[in-house]
Design a protein around this ligand. Structure first.
Ligand SMILES: *[C@@H]1O[C@H](CO)[C@@H](O)[C@H](O)[C@H]1NC(C)=O
Ligand SMILES: *[C@@H]1O[C@H](CO)[C@@H](O)[C@H](O)[C@H]1NC(C)=O
Ligand SMILES: *[C@@H]1O[C@H](CO)[C@@H](O)[C@H](O)[C@H]1NC(C)=O
Ligand SMILES: *[C@@H]1O[C@H](CO)[C@@H](O)[C@H](O)[C@H]1NC(C)=O
Ligand SMILES: *[C@@H]1O[C@H](CO)[C@@H](O)[C@H](O)[C@H]1NC(C)=O
Ligand SMILES: *[C@@H]1O[C@H](CO)[C@@H](O)[C@H](O)[C@H]1NC(C)=O
Ligand SMILES: *[C@@H]1O[C@H](CO)[C@@H](O)[C@H](O)[C@H]1NC(C)=O
Ligand SMILES: *[C@@H]1O[C@H](CO)[C@@H](O)[C@H](O)[C@H]1NC(C)=O
Length: 566
């Protein structure tokens, strides 16, 4: 099950995400009972993410959270802080449902740092009638570096669903950006006249907001948009840009959430007219491209990290086991490892890569170089803790004249991965990694490539195949896929997988496509998990290099007396 409860509202299906509580912190001795708890993916999170931010030397992560029980309810803003995006201290929730305008939930929203270094939270509250209202909160004590306490503004709600806005389809205010007229702007997710819409609002002060006559963007091809994110990306490098940046050499990204996926378009934005024009493509329900992640990843948010001049993206990765499993575990939901995000050299798509701080956690390393992997081979990569690992592998191919033909460039990559799963031999591929595999390979999660000759060019397919990930039957065993925009004759094909007990986060083509999977092995747990590199195609491929590291556990703990020095 994917934690979605569907409610009929005015004849439309509305999805709410039902979450579970992480009860306390699991101690080392409980590890054996908790084979799916992660070592370096942030955990006490449920549900979709709120607005992360960097403020005065501290990263703040806010997330949807139920502080009182293992089922959805009392939806609050969990709050954790970090100096490095790796190790975290858990604080008390920043916002809990206390007021008529948020009494049935403090739903998603964002943070913005206003002029004079004043952070605010804009969030959606839900009242007793499930009407969604936008609200504002600010820190109680700006001198407190942890920003522990937040105060809801006495003037809340700042925006109510009026006129053509359906009260149950009005949520998730974005981070605000400032235009050349000195006014702040935000977008809010909605559905107007059956069309997914990013409503646009203006404010001089961050408190008093008025709606623009025109939305920033909408699509007649999709329904409700959730968690809109709107930000500039540089045309000339990987550095991130603040949302309010005004200057040349940028494009803009609009990301919205629908259909359980994160879709983005790249376009041009004129802050004088607030016209956003999609350049390469636009939002469609049938998009098989232009997703942040082609696996399990939703309701993400990005923020500009001024300390390292990068844009950092987080997504919520929900569970693929059952509700009763979640109750047994006592927790549900993870965050992706934070990723840097930037515009590719072709400027046609986004690229993502785990933030560099991940290297802090790398322990024992093993590697391989220039190794031919003959058709039909499976090679164990011994020597690391394969249940908690960071793996980078680079494949090179020569002479693709025998690549299989595909008759169209228009295949749905996910369908193609399902039809040609890891068990089916081809000529070039499947080759890649078998992670969280049991000794006899009964359990395995295959992350692999196939190369085809299409009508116009070679096509590189990347797949993450969970169909054999567990001998348990009642868990999700999806097969995910994406095409990589690279030339396999002249470029190496890279794969990076972050393996963390029950999550496999994979980056193909140096971040051109990301696929996140949740898996629940029964045999391949703890020290029984193994790592293999394989080639089930008939043609040889070369492993140019393979580096794999045992990952140490991140410190994710409540803030205590001994951490007062933070
Ligand atoms: C919400 O919190 C209250 C305590 O404040 C608790 O009694 C109630 O069971 C909680 N509801 C859920 C669904 O967790
Ligand atoms: C909720 O709906 C009821 C019935 O329509 C109405 O009387 C009440 O005022 C509403 N409450 C709020 C907070 O809007
Ligand atoms: C605000 O935070 C600072 C730094 O932690 C602290 O010294 C000060 O006492 C706090 N002020 C109040 C009113 O709590
Ligand atoms: C809010 O902004 C609108 C439009 O700019 C203005 O007409 C109104 O007076 C403002 N209200 C307050 C309370 O500042
Ligand atoms: C952007 O480029 C134009 C034309 O080259 C120039 O006139 C303008 O000053 C530039 N704007 C900024 C903010 O750099
Ligand atoms: C490429 O492979 C094909 C088929 O195996 C072979 O006929 C051809 O000679 C090879 N070309 C080169 C340049 O090696
Ligand atoms: C994988 O592909 C093989 C060969 O086409 C097929 O027999 C098998 O059912 C597939 N497995 C899954 C889980 O789809
Ligand atoms: C693989 O190992 C498991 C556990 O030891 C066993 O139950 C299963 O039968 C084995 N499968 C094969 C094909 O040997």
């Amino acid at each position: 099950m994917i934690n979605i409860i569907k409610e009929m509202v005015g004849g439309r299906v509305l999805c709410f995400f039902f979450l579970f509580l992480v009860v306390g912190v699991v101690h080392a001795s409980e590890d054996n009972l908790q084979p799916y708890r992660t070592g370096f993916h942030f955990q006490p999170l449920k549900n979709w993410i709120n607005g992360p931010m960097y403020f005065k030397g501290v990263y703040h992560l806010f997330y949807q959270y139920n502080p009182y029980g293992p089922l959805w309810g009392n939806i609050s803003w969990g709050h954790s802080i970090s100096h490095d995006l790796v190790n975290w201290f858990l604080l008390e929730p920043a916002l809990t449902p206390t007021e008529p305008y948020d009494i049935t939930g403090c739903l998603s929203g964002s943070t913005t740092i206003l002029r004079g270094s004043k952070p605010i939270i804009l969030y959606t509250g839900q009242d007793v009638n499930k009407s969604q209202l936008q609200n504002l909160a600010f820190p109680k004590n700006l001198s407190d570096p942890l920003l522990k306490d937040w105060i809801k503004w006495s003037g809340n709600p700042i925006l109510a669903p009026v006129n053509d806005i359906n009260p149950s389809q009005f949520r998730d205010p974005s981070t605000a950006w400032m235009g050349p007229d000195g006014k702040w702007r935000i977008v809010i997710g909605s559905e107007i006249k059956g069309q997914g819409t990013a409503l646009l609002y203006y404010s001089k002060d961050g408190y008093n907001w008025t709606r623009s006559d025109n939305p920033l963007h909408f699509s007649s091809e999709t329904g409700m948009w959730e968690c809109p994110d709107f930000y500039p990306v540089s045309n000339v490098g990987k550095n991130g840009i603040d949302a309010s940046f005004q200057g040349n050499n940028t494009m803009h990204v609009l990301k919205v959430s629908y259909n359980s996926h994160e879709y983005y378009v790249i376009g041009t934005y004129d802050p004088k007219t607030d016209l956003f024009l999609a350049v390469t493509h636009d939002f469609r329900v049938s998009n098989t491209q232009f997703q942040y992640d082609y696996g399990r990843f939703y309701a993400s948010k990005s923020f500009y990290d001024s300390a390292k001049q990068r844009r950092v993206l987080w997504g919520w990765v929900n569970e693929g086991d059952s509700q009763s499993d979640a109750i047994k575990k006592g927790w549900s939901g993870l965050q992706s490892f934070p990723r840097s995000i930037w515009l590719s050299d072709t400027r046609k798509q986004l690229v993502q890569w785990p933030v560099e701080e991940i290297k802090k956690l790398r322990g024992k390393e093993v590697n391989m170089e220039n190794r031919e992997l003959k058709g039909g081979s499976v090679l164990e990569v011994p020597g690391i803790t394969a249940s908690q690992a960071d793996i980078e592998v680079l494949f090179s191919l020569t002479n693709l004249s025998d690549a299989e033909l595909i008759d169209s460039d228009m295949f749905d990559p996910q369908l193609l991965c399902a039809r040609k799963n890891a068990s089916l031999s081809g000529s070039f591929g499947p080759f890649g990694l078998l992670v969280l595999a049991s000794k006899n390979l009964t359990e395995q999660t295959a992350v692999f490539f196939r190369v085809f000759k299409g009508p116009n060019k070679f096509q590189v397919l990347m797949c993450s195949d969970q169909s054999r990930s567990s001998i348990a039957e009642e868990v999700d065993k999806s097969i995910y896929g994406a095409f990589l925009d690279l030339d396999p004759l002249n470029e190496k094909i890279s794969l990076r997988s972050l393996v963390d007990h029950s999550i496999v986060e994979s980056f193909g083509g140096e971040g051109l496509a990301c696929i996140t999977a949740r898996v629940y092995p029964k045999l391949a747990i703890h020290e029984h998990a193994k790592l293999y590199v394989f080639n089930k195609g008939t043609k040889s491929v070369t492993i140019s290099s393979l580096n794999a590291w045992t990952m140490n556990k991140a410190q994710i703990a409540p803030m205590g007396q001994d951490t007062i020095a933070f």
